[in-house]
Design a protein around this ligand. Structure first.
Ligand code: HAM
Length: 437
């Protein structure tokens, strides 16, 4: 092989380095806590699935299926796809494990990576991360509103500021066909102005033209008849109730009759939450009802609703950076000489087993070098263990904040540090724990 490998992350993917990864974990922890408050339970599904799962659920004519999936054949020639979204896998797992047997609503959430082969740009990656949730088993409009409200709760705690909720109803099996006919009539009249993609899928699914990103198609879509005006009485009633609950909870929203989602499984409520900092990729989160999907995937007729939010977009909305300063180390051991090194290994073992965050020098640095490093690690204490300390079985314990130094017996270090830490504990604000650094 004569080509020199460029050892870089693949285009559209990125590394999350430690100072960022800690912030990510904080967002994930906050999301978990909030979702659990709303009684959702975590589910983890595989990163790849049989391709057919996504083709059937997201839709054969969708951009995701036609252009964006990472699909490959496994060794036995089966078609496999890296999951581009989480709803279909959750429904698959729900049916496979008979979760409906439990009789109650299936309220599930997930956090993890997803894959779409899109043109990378700010807020759009080929590997990206979603926090998503699905509530399976009820048509109640209050659940649609719960999805919006849990999202806004998360965004409030993340201090994302200005947000807009866009709301639409895309109807059901009853009202969609009549609307599709009206839309088709309208689009046929404009066919020469549509892009080749929209032209070719017009007869199979005219709704796709409403979701096309090309400028010309967008202006045609902007003038198209809207589904909201063709809703059947029960969809119309459902939509009214969604709005009534939103009003009751004083959640501002904007009716957006042009909001159609790029995935075929939606019925009735469709929504997006946008943020001004996101520019072209302004959807921070999106979701809606999928009352037919479970039945279409071979299960009993079961209504459901859900949403997903993009983690990278949360970070963009927070200003594009999410760095957390290195977290405080409690004690750093600074040995000098072979015997001190040996004693340090033993002491470190004890400290860590007591849950005390600690580290020692493994690079034979000078005492000055070790103190400098301890400072960088924000160590509260440094235990200096030189030849004399080894002889006398003591350590010189330096308090890095006051620079005061005291000598304590080696065997007392764990106890003394435990005591100092207990008296140092700050009161916890139970109302709103400090999540992000
Ligand atoms: P989606 O609108 O395709 O919906 O994606 C949801 C969110 O994931 C978007 O609003 C965005 O924040 C993020 N996202 C999507 N693609 C990318 C990308 N290439 N790079 C970065 N972020 C991205 C779904 O996936 C549905 N499964 C949501 C849902 C759940 N509906 C019902 N239940």
């Amino acid at each position: 092989m004569d080509r020199i490998l460029a050892l870089k992350a693949v285009r559209g993917t990125r590394d999350t380095l430690p100072e960022e990864a800690e912030g990510w974990s904080d967002i994930e922890a906050l999301s978990r806590r909030i979702l659990q408050t709303y009684h959702y339970r975590e589910i983890r599904t595989p990163i790849f699935e049989e391709t057919g799962l996504f083709v059937r659920s997201i839709g054969e004519t969708s951009d995701i299926v036609t252009k964006q999936m990472f699909t490959f054949l496994d060794r036995k020639g089966r078609s496999i796809t890296l999951r581009p979204e989480g709803t279909a896998p959750v429904v698959r797992a729900y049916l496979e494990h008979n979760l409906q047997r439990e009789g109650s609503l299936g309220k599930l959430f997930y956090i993890g990576p997803f894959f779409r082969s899109e043109r990378p740009q700010a807020g759009r990656g080929r590997q990206f991360h979603q926090i998503g949730a699905e509530a399976i088993g009820s048509p109640d409009p209050a659940l649609d509103v719960e999805c919006i409200s849990v999202l806004l709760h998360l965004f409030r705690d993340l201090e994302l500021g200005e947000l807009e909720v866009h709301l639409n109803s895309v109807g059901c099996k009853k009202c969609q066909p009549e609307y599709k006919e009206v839309l088709l009539q309208y689009l046929r009249g404009k066919i020469i102005s549509l892009c080749p993609d929209c032209q070719s899928r017009l007869e199979r699914n005219p709704l796709r033209a409403l979701d096309c990103k090309r400028e010309r198609c967008r202006s045609i879509a902007g003038e198209a008849p809207v589904l909201m005006e063709y809703l059947c009485p029960s969809c119309s009633q459902h939509f009214k109730e969604v709005q009534a609950h939103l009003n009751d909870l004083q959640i501002p929203y904007r009716l957006n009759p042009h909001l159609v989602r790029g995935l075929d499984y939606y019925t009735r409520t469709a929504f997006e939450v946008t943020h001004p900092k996101l520019g072209a990729q302004n959807a921070l989160a999106a979701g809606g009802r999928f009352d037919n999907l479970i039945e279409e995937m071979g299960g009993p007729s079961t209504p459901a609703v859900g949403f997903a939010v993009g983690l990278e977009r949360i970070i963009l909305a927070r200003g594009g950076k999410l760095t957390t300063p290195a977290r405080e180390l409690i004690i750093y051991l600074a040995p000098a000489g072979a015997e001190a090194h040996r004693q340090s290994v033993k002491l470190l073992h004890e400290l860590r087993r007591r849950g005390i965050k600690s580290e020692m020098d493994y690079q034979k640095r000078s005492l000055r070098g070790q103190l400098r490093l301890a400072n960088r690690f924000k160590a509260k204490y440094v235990a200096i263990i030189g030849e004399r300390e080894v002889r006398e079985k003591v350590v010189s314990l330096k308090d890095m904040r006051s620079s005061q130094q005291e000598e304590i017996a080696l065997s007392d270090v764990v106890g003394v540090i435990t005591q100092k830490e207990a008296s140092d504990l700050e009161p916890v604000d139970l109302e709103r724990p400090p999540i992000l650094g």
